[in-house]
Design a protein around this ligand. Structure first.
Ligand SMILES: [Fe+2]
Length: 293
């Protein structure tokens, strides 16, 4: 697996200030102004993990995947071109904005934009949260992204056969009584996170169902639940524990119109000794859906 982790995300929005407020007061990240009216949210020693830029609508603009070195970068690019996927080289301004040696972008069969980069550039200063939050990233990446697709077979085939991801598990999720269940495929890259990427048979105008960030204790999850309440943020799924990655988490609506899962205790896997499975429910307990409106 050449992709090592979900290194960063690029979020588009007409209103950066709502992300500054949410990122610092609810998530507990630190906000740093970037060039040309952009905003970085920092959650670990990297200079940023969330890049917020002004676009015409609220959206997940791109998921940023990391590789370990330039050789892997060239190999992933060659794999994409061999599969007749159009690859666009990142501009110098874009490279500086993302603080990487180089990056390129492409559109996957779900119609979503992704970027691949190598060599993050950072001061690697210690992260000091404005409200005491400690995130779990290390070499696991920033968390995970669960994305919508209208063609899950083609999408999963692309991510496994061309991008080299592995399937972690499969879930048939019943969203409502009497409605056929949707399929969700959970995928992993080299990082030990049980899934760094998942695709669900959903539609979403933001290009994202949810992102996930992880903190170091259940108390931090509880404190975040208090902040959700205090800041009038919409809780979308109650506290619960997932079957596949064992994470204790809740979900909330972000200012971007997609959800954020905020959790702790995600399991770390050894991919040389792992069996793919299908679970018949998403959670051991909790995660009651409260609606997104
Ligand atoms: Fe999740």
């Amino acid at each position: 697996m050449k992709i090592t982790e979900l290194g960063y995300v690029v979020i588009g929005t007409p209103d950066l200030e709502k992300w500054r407020n949410y990122g610092t007061k609810v998530l507990g990240m630190s906000a740093v102004d970037g060039p040309d009216g952009t905003l970085y949210l920092k959650m670990d020693a990297r200079d940023f993990r969330f890049l917020i830029q002004k676009t015409g609508k609220d959206e997940l603009f791109a998921s940023g995947w990391s590789v370990s070195d330039e050789q892997s970068f060239d190999e992933v690019r060659a794999d994409l071109e061999a599969a007749n996927i159009e690859v666009k080289s990142g501009s110098d301004a874009g490279r500086k904005l993302r603080k990487v040696q180089a990056f390129f972008s492409f559109i996957d069969p779900a119609g979503l934009r992704h970027e691949v980069s190598w060599g993050p550039i950072a001061a690697f200063t210690k992260f000091v949260s404005p409200i005491g939050t400690k995130f779990v990233t290390d070499n696991l990446g920033l968390g995970h992204a669960v994305l919508p697709t209208g063609d899950i077979d083609a999408t999963v085939s692309f991510w496994t056969n061309v991008m080299g991801f592995g399937v972690s598990d499969l879930l048939h999720l019943t969203l409502a009584e009497g409605v056929p269940p949707i399929r969700v495929y959970f995928l992993h890259c080299a990082a030990g996170r049980q899934h760094s990427l998942a695709f669900a048979e959903l539609t979403d105008p933001t290009g994202c169902n949810h992102l996930m960030v992880e903190v170091d204790s259940v108390d931090e999850v509880g404190r975040a639940l208090d902040r959700v309440d205090e800041n009038g943020v919409k809780l979308t799924l109650t506290l619960g524990r997932h079957v596949n990655d064992d994470m204790i988490s809740f979900y909330m609506m972000t200012p971007g119109g997609f959800q954020m899962e905020f959790g702790t205790g995600g399991s770390v896997k050894d991919w040389s000794n792992y069996n793919v499975f299908e679970s018949t429910r998403g959670s051991h307990w909790g995660h009651k859906f409260l609606g997104v409106g």
